[in-house]
Design a protein around this ligand. Structure first.
Ligand SMILES: Cc1cc2nc3c(=O)[nH]c(=O)nc-3n(C[C@H](O)[C@H](O)[C@H](O)COP(=O)(O)O)c2cc1C
Ligand SMILES: [Fe+2]
Ligand SMILES: [Fe+2]
Length: 388
């Protein structure tokens, strides 16, 4: 297969181009891959499985790559169904194979398959090794990157990090997306809430001479490792990657939309880079989430709806809070016909987020934009561009 890692380490994963929503909520227009690898040595190990819809394609890959030989081990770094739902068939077809996983992963397998697999398990934890001949996997704990049972492993002879969901990316191998864009949307959506745990993993990995990263989704990383690790360091510490503004709005009759677009124009005129506009009722909210985490500044603009914020804006703010949104500059714009109060509600909804700095200026609009609104927008834009 063209995607092989080395002479002895082969790619056995699959591309999923049929999926619409990853994890039931992230649109994946370019699909996603479920990566699996095989290490051929005196003993043979299959590294992780695939989504259940691709079980037989995966089994065929294994059969072909192993030339009919039975694998000795299946190493499971992460017992989430997108990787492990196919294990049940694997264990049935290869009754001699042992499953190498954390104690918690083995327990989870019982929940997933309603079957006790402990008699076939080799339980490993941080520091343990699995020697296959010339290849040795050393396991490293990575709890909550993305689930509690996660391990990653370092193959010592070829200096390969099998990184589980860390460094994963949406998309298949033929899409031309640059790595950071869809890797960021994946990171902030799936793993971003667990910045502290990602930082802990990065510290352990920094001590290793990693030359290749094999994640469970997306491309294998080599020359770009330093850049990707640097981005992961920025993202997981909740620092902004760039001086940029996300303007996230919703609108019933178009006035708030006009306001948001006008603010974007003024900001552009004043020299602000990286301005992104999102209509939260229509655009992919997971892109808007990614944008808010990558950029340093956020403007939330909402009409007042029955004394509250527009539902899609509320859902967005809830998602930000649920993903540990913090350390950012936030401004509000509200509209209403008789008693606008959505700005107050938006601030309340962000109340649990740490280290947010709120803009001094804000925008209040009654019904439609006028000169007074333009003046407020100009003042707000001035304050925004003066920030990094
Ligand atoms: C269902 C509904 C409920 C509303 N509730 C309020 C309200 O509680 N207070 C208020 O001042 N305006 C309320 N409005 C008026 C809108 O906030 C106002 O028309 C606003 O300018 C709409 O902005 P848009 O043109 O971006 O949709 C409501 C409008 C709708 C459609
Ligand atoms: Fe996962
Ligand atoms: Fe995954």
């Amino acid at each position: 297969m063209a995607l092989n890692i080395s002479k002895d380490i082969l790619y056995a994963g699959v591309e999923d181009r049929d999926i619409d929503l990853f994890e039931g909520q992230y649109p994946v227009p370019d699909g996603i891959t479920y990566n699996s690898y095989i290490i051929r040595d005196e003993q043979t190990a299959v590294i992780d499985g695939v989504d259940k819809h691709f079980t037989y394609e995966w089994m065929e890959n294994i059969e072909e790559l192993l030339d009919g030989k039975s694998p000795d081990y299946i190493v499971v770094h992460h017992m989430e169904p997108d990787h492990s739902a196919s294990l049940e068939v694997f264990l049935r077809l290869y009754p001699e194979a042992k499953i190498v996983a954390s104690a918690q992963a083995v327990k989870m397998a019982q929940n997933l398959f309603n079957k006790d697999i402990s008699s076939r398990a080799v339980i490993v934890k941080e520091g343990d090794t699995l020697c296959l001949g010339t290849h040795t996997l050393r396991f490293i704990g990575a709890p909550m990157v993305h689930w509690p049972e996660v391990l990653v492993s370092f193959e010592e002879s070829e200096k390969i990090l099998f990184s589980a969901d860390a460094f994963g990316k949406f998309g298949t191998f033929t899409d031309r997306e640059d790595w950071a864009c869809e890797a960021a949307r994946y990171y902030f959506g799936i793993v971003g809430k667990f910045g502290a745990q990602v930082q802990a993993l990065l510290k352990k990995v920094a001590a290793l001479p990693v030359e290749t990263i094999c994640p469970l989704h997306g491309p294998v990383l080599r020359e770009e490792i330093a850049d990707c690790v640097a981005l992961y360091n920025t993202w997981s510490s909740y620092a902004a990657e760039r001086n940029g503004v996300v303007i996230a709005y919703a609108s019933v009759y178009g006035a708030t939309k006009a306001l948001a677009e006008e603010l974007a124009r003024i900001l552009g005129r004043k020299g602000q880079d990286h301005i992104e506009l999102f209509d939260l009722a229509r655009d992919d909210v997971t892109e808007a989430l990614e944008g808010a985490f990558r950029s340093s500044k956020l403007v939330l603009a909402s009409p007042t709806i029955n004394g509250d914020v527009f539902p899609a804006v509320k859902a967005y703010i809830d998602a930000l809070a649920a993903h540990n949104y913090q350390k950012r500059f936030v401004a509000f714009a509200e509209s209403g016909m008789w008693a606008p109060c959505s700005a107050k509600r938006m601030a309340e909804l962000l109340g649990g987020c740490k280290e947010l700095e709120f803009a001094q200026s804000s925008v209040k609009m009654l019904g439609c934009p006028d000169e007074a609104v333009s003046a407020q927008l100009d003042k707000l834009a001035e304050e925004i561009v003066s920030r990094n």
